[in-house]
Design a protein around this ligand. Sequence first.
Ligand SMILES: [Zn+2]
Length: 329
Amino acid sequence: MALYADLHRHLGGALHPRIIYKFLQRFDHSVLSYFPDYEGFYNWFTRPCRTLEEFVKIHTLVEELQSVDHLPYFCLRLCRGAYTFENLQYMEIRYNPYFRTDHNLPVAQRIGQMDSIVEVIGANVRPADYPITVKQILCLDRRLPKHINEEILRVAKKNIGPVVGIDLAGPEIDPGKWDIWVKLMGKARASGLKTTAHLGETGIENVHVQYFPVLDRIGHGIHIPLMRQEMLKELAKRQITLEVCPTSYRQTGVLKDLSQLKVVFSRCREAGVAIAVCTDNPGRNPSPCTLPGEYERLIDHDVIDFSELKEIQNEAFRSAFGFVGTPRL
Ligand SMILES: [Zn+2]
């Protein structure tokens, strides 16, 4: 049996909608007044959105549910599903620790809670019955003030081991503020963390060459091969891997059809830029959305050939931030 590695999966979007719905029922959550039955919730939760901003709004609901007390519930289900239904050997799970702190507390106390969020997740992503290796990537967010992002970086540095990297997430706003993020990524790298950033997902405005020297991977980046092909040379030289999440682009309204990814894959192949196929927010996609399913869809849409499959699977292990051992491909 082949085993897989997923490098781009958000904790807030990783869980099957049935798990979220059962959780809401358990606590008689007020959101259930809109969704008296599961089907209505499922359709709302997995519907394609017109924009990334619209998509992120639903994500916020789940982040608030994943408080420190409830993280063990979600982590166990995340690991057992990934191991049992997707054959994942290795997974990097990314999340913003600040968004999982208690929203009723003042900012300083919320910042203080972030360490325990990381600890609780670290302790609960190693269920004995599901031997999957899970590493954490902490997300900075374009919507948060600089000092909170700096605190997230501090927490990441303090927890190197379970935490392997930093990501830049949130809607692609304020493209002119790239210098703030480049500095933070530079600091992260200097302290031994790996780096990735959501760039070039919905357009090209956020992609600045100044990012390249401080990044190990790029989350999505599909608009680089689509619109600024000449930049690929630099990515290849710096061995920056693109994390491509096929179904996600249909859900966020970025692509109409997966066959549009043909150009992305062929230009990257030509330029020598590595691609790791990932899932992003599989729980938000119509079921079943699994990593093996994403590989299959790429073949089905003629984006890749079956003969390339092993190589692409292997790329995910090779580009991983914290994988040690031998991939069981
Ligand atoms: Zn993402």
